[in-house]
Design a protein around this ligand. Sequence first.
Ligand code: ZN
Length: 131
Amino acid sequence: MFIMETKFIIKTLFIAWENGNYVVGPSDLSKKLDIPKSTAYKILIKMSKLGYGVYLERKGFLLTDKGLKEGKKLIRRHRLLECLLEDLGVRKELICIEASKIDLDIGEEFEKFIEKKYGQKVTCPCGKPIP
Ligand SMILES: [Zn+2]
């Protein structure tokens, strides 16, 4: 559970980074995840202790290379999975939702499969870049 939660947070922070929001404060994260600001603050401190970022007092959290690398990996997996769901005929408006339900849990073999099959793609079905 803890590991999944960490991955989920990294994914969220990486999407913010992708959108040009490089520094994420506790209030930003609390809005994104619909959690109390104090909890968001604790999460960001925990993430920095794990080495995924640095927490700048009064500013917010900034992903480190380790955090960016992990974020890229998770988003790449999410978007490759979306390519698979599109191929399976899942309705476009459900693709991202369904991919989000499983993207953090798929195993190594599954990941290798989608990497082999869709790894050459540059964008996901919604047009976002596959990092
Ligand atoms: Zn998506």
